[in-house]
Design a protein around this ligand. Sequence first.
Ligand SMILES: *Cc1c(COP(=O)(O)O)cnc(C)c1O
Length: 467
Amino acid sequence: MNKLSQLPSVDRLLAEPQLAEFVLIHGRTIVTDAVRAELAAVRAAAKDGGAAPVPASATLTMSIAMRIEQATRPKLRRVFNLTGTVLHTNLGRAPLPEEAVEALVMAARSSCALEYDIDTGGRGDRDDIVNELVCELTGAEAATVVNNNAAAVFVLLNTLAQRKEVIVSRGELIEIGGAFRIPDIMQRAGAKLVEVGTTNRTHARDFVEALSTRSAMLMKVHTSNYAVQGFTGSVPEIDLAAIAHGHGVPFVVDLGSGTLTNLEQWGLPHEPTPREAIAAGADLVSFSGDKLLGGPQAGILAGRKDLIAKIKKNPLKRCLRVGKLTLAALEAVLRLYRDPERLAARLTTLRLLTRSETDIRSQATRLLPALQAALAGWPVTVAIESLASQIGSGSLPVERLPSAGLVVRPRGKRAGILHTLEQRLRSLPIPVIGHIADDALRLDLRCLTAAEEQEFAAQLANFGAPK
Ligand SMILES: *Cc1c(COP(=O)(O)O)cnc(C)c1O
C-alpha cells in the first residue's frame, strides 16, 4: 500500500509514455487538467477514507486516460437508432442522403454563393437557392425557408395576423413535443385565436359564423401526432378555401410533416402533401424539412407570391433564417424529388420507411449469433421477433410498419436485468438505443443500414458479462 506522500508529481505523470502520447493528440492543457483532477480525487479519497490505498502508477494512468477520454469526447455523438421510430426527434430526425451530405460539406468548407448572384455579380437572395425547386414540387408561386416548421408557423401568424383573429377548429389545437402548442404560438405571435366547432366535429357553418372584420385568416392545422376516431367530422380543405376566399381572407395550412411525393406508391399510408393543399385552394402552407421530407431541420413556407413577399419583409424572418449548411442540404434533397423513379433508393428516410420485413428479418438472422454470444453470460434469452416500427415525429401516428428485430427477455423474474443491459448498450463506443416495454428490450433493425451492420456486430465482440 502506497502512502499519499508517494503519489507521483504532475510532471512525472505527464512523462508516462501513454500520457505523453495524449499530450501530442489533445494538447498539454487537457492532459494536465486530467492529471491534476485525478490526483486531487485520490487525495480527497485518502482524506475521507483514512486508510484508502493510494493507487499504483499504472492504475493512476488508466484513470487519467479515462478522464481524458471523457473530456475530449464530442457531446453530439453518433448512435444506432434501434428504437423502431424512424424519425426520432431526440435522435435528430431524418438522416441525410449522401447527396445532401456532400453538398453540406462543400458549403461548410468553402465560400459559396449564398446571397450572391454569380451572373450579375450583384446581391442575391438566399431563398432563391430552393425557391424554384419548392415551387416546382408543390405548385406554389413562391417559397421561403426558416429554422423549422414551428418558426414557419410563428412568422406567418406574426406577419399576417398580428392583432387580428385566426379561426381554427377545436379539433386541431395541437401540442407537438417540445413546447409547441398552437394556442401559445398564436399568442406569442400576437394573433388572437378563435376556436370553432368541437374536439371531434367541426362544420362549415362554424367557420362562416366566426368570420368578421377582425379575421386575418382561416387556418387548418394537420393533426399529425394524434388521431380522433369514431364520430368525427371536419371540413374539407376545398370548402375551407372557398369560405375564406368568400370573405377575402387567406386560407393557411400547417401541414406539419408534409411530404413532396405520394407515399402510397410505396405501400405507405397517405400523408397530405403541400401540392394537394395548394391545389385545394390553400394560399399558404408550412411544413418541416426533417420529417417525411427527409432533409435538414428547416421550416418551408410555400404559396401565394404576395404573402411570401410580406413574410420576407418581416424582421422576424431575418431572425429565423437558415444558414448555408441547411440550404445546401435542403437543395440537394429537393433535387432528389425531381427523379421520382430513384427516390426510394436515394432518399434515406424513404429507404428506411420502405424496407421490407423480409429484408430486416434477414439482417436479424445475420446479427442474432453476435448478440447471443455477447449476452452468453446474461440471464436473458435473445430471439428474432416481428416488430412494428413507427414513422415518428408526429407523422402518421396510428400507422405501423411491419418490421423485425432482436428481442431480449429476462430468464425468470429478473426484469431489472433489462435496464442494466439497456444501459450497457448505451455505453458502447457507438451507443445502441433500443426500447424497453412489456418486459422485453427490443432492438428494431429497420434503421440499421447495411453499412452499419458490421460496426454494430463488431462492437458487441467484447461486451462482457453483467457486473
Ligand atoms: C412537427 C409539427 C410542427 C413543428 O415542426 P418543427 O419542424 O418540429 O418545428 C408544427 N406543426 C405541426 C402540425 C407539426 O406536425
